[in-house]
Design a protein around this ligand. Structure first.
Ligand code: NAD
Length: 293
C-alpha cells in the first residue's frame, strides 16, 4: 500500500507556485491577491480560512480577509461581493461555505465574477468544465486530480466509483474522471443516498472517491484488493485525548481499508491539503488572466 501524501504533493505544488509567482513579479506584475470572505465565526470555517491565508503568504500571494457578522443581511453581503468584483487589485474571491441560514448560498455564488471564481463554483465555470474547456476547476476535485497525477496513477479504462453527488466534490470529480484526458478516461459510477447495492458497486471499483461526510463509512468488505481509495470526508468527532477536543475523521475506515489498497489518502494529510494547493493554483491563473471567461 502506498500512502498518497497530501503534504508532499501540496508542498511540491506550492514550491512551483512560489517560483512562478517570483517569475511573474519579476516581469513587473503585482502579486496575485486572494480575498477571503468569512461570515460569522464557525470553528471549522475559521480554521480553513486561516490556513488558506497562511498558504497565500507561503507562496508570495497577497490576501485579504473580509470578516462579516453572522447575522448580516443578504443585501449587505451582496454589496461586499460586488465591491470585490469591481476591485482591480483583487484576482480571486473565495466565500467560505457554509453561509448562515438567512443567506441564499446559490445567489451569492452566482454573483461572484466568474473570472475571479477561484473556487470554481460559478455555473459558467462548471459549464465550461463539463465541456472540457479551460476554466477554474473546483478546488477539491482539482486537488484530487493533482494527487493522481503526482503519483502517476493509471486512470484510463478504470472503473471509478464516486460516493456523493454534491456540487463541490462528488458531481465535478465524476465529470472530471470521465473526461477524455489524463487523469480521466474512467468509467464512472456516481452513488448517493438513494443508491441500492452500494457495497456491490464499490466492490467493482478500481478507484473509489468517498465524499459523503459520514465518518468511516467505507469498510474493508466494500473495497476490492488493490483499489485506489481517495478519502474526501472531513468530520470533526469529539475526542477528549486531543487538546482541541476533537479529531478529524475521513469517510473511510482507514485502519482496515488501507491494507487492501494499492494507494490511499489519509485524513488528515490527504485531500484537504490538496484543496488549498489547488485554490492557490486557480488564484495565480486568475491573476495571469489566462482563461477566456
Ligand atoms: P454533501 O454533504 O453536500 O453531500 C453528501 C453527499 O453524500 C450527498 O450527495 C448524498 O447523496 C451522499 N450520501 C449521504 N449519505 C449517503 C449514503 N449513506 N450512501 C451514499 N451516499 C450518501 O457533501 P460534500 O459537501 O461534498 O462533503 C462531503 C464530505 O467531504 C464532508 O465530510 C466534507 O466535510 C468533506 N469535504 C472535504 C473537503 C476537503 O478539502 N477535503 C472539501 C469539501 C468537502
Amino acid at each position: 500500500m502506498i500512502l498518497l501524501d497530501g503534504k508532499t504533493v501540496s508542498q511540491a505544488v506550492k514550491d512551483t507556485l512560489k517560483e512562478k509567482t517570483k517569475d511573474f513579479r519579476s516581469k513587473g506584475n503585482r502579486a496575485p491577491h486572494l480575498a477571503a470572505v468569512l461570515v460569522g465565526s464557525n470553528g471549522a470555517s475559521e480554521t480553513y480560512v486561516a490556513s488558506k491565508i497562511k498558504n497565500c503568504q507561503e507562496v508570495g500571494f497577497k490576501s485579504s480577509l473580509i470578516r462579516l457578522v453572522e447575522n448580516i443581511a443578504e443585501e449587505e453581503l451582496i454589496e461586499a461581493i460586488e465591491k470585490l468584483n469591481t476591485d482591480d487589485a483583487i484576482d480571486g474571491i473565495l466565500v467560505q461555505l457554509p453561509l448562515p441560514k438567512q443567506i441564499n448560498e446559490e445567489r451569492i455564488i452566482n454573483l461572484i465574477d466568474p473570472r475571479k471564481d477561484v473556487d470554481g463554483f460559478h455555473p459558467v465555470n462548471i459549464g465550461k468544465m463539463v465541456q472540457g474547456l479551460p476554466t477554474f476547476i473546483p478546488a477539491t476535485p482539482y486537488g484530487i486530480l493533482l494527487i493522481l497525477e503526482y503519483y502517476k496513477i493509471e486512470t484510463s479504462g478504470k472503473h471509478a466509483v464516486v460516493i456523493g453527488r454534491s456540487n463541490i466534490v462528488g458531481r465535478p470529480i465524476s465529470i472530471l474522471l470521465s473526461r477524455n484526458s489524463y487523469p480521466g478516461n474512467c468509467t464512472v459510477t456516481v452513488c448517493h443516498s438513494r443508491t441500492k447495492n452500494l457495497k456491490e458497486i464499490c466492490l467493482q471499483a478500481d478507484i473509489i472517491v468517498a465524499a459523503l461526510g459520514i465518518p468511516e463509512f467505507l469498510k474493508a468488505d466494500m473495497v476490492k484488493e488493490n483499489a485506489v481509495v481517495i478519502d474526501v470526508g472531513i468530520t470533526r468527532v469529539a475526542d477528549a485525548s486531543k487538546k482541541s477536543g476533537f479529531a478529524l475523521k475521513g469517510d473511510v475506515d482507514f485502519a482496515n481499508v488501507a491494507p487492501k489498497c494499492s494507494y490511499i489518502t489519509p485524513v488528515p494529510g490527504g485531500v484537504g491539503l490538496m484543496t488549498i494547493a489547488a485554490l492557490l493554483m486557480n488564484t495565480l491563473t486568475a491573476c495571469e488572466n489566462k482563461f477566456d471567461i
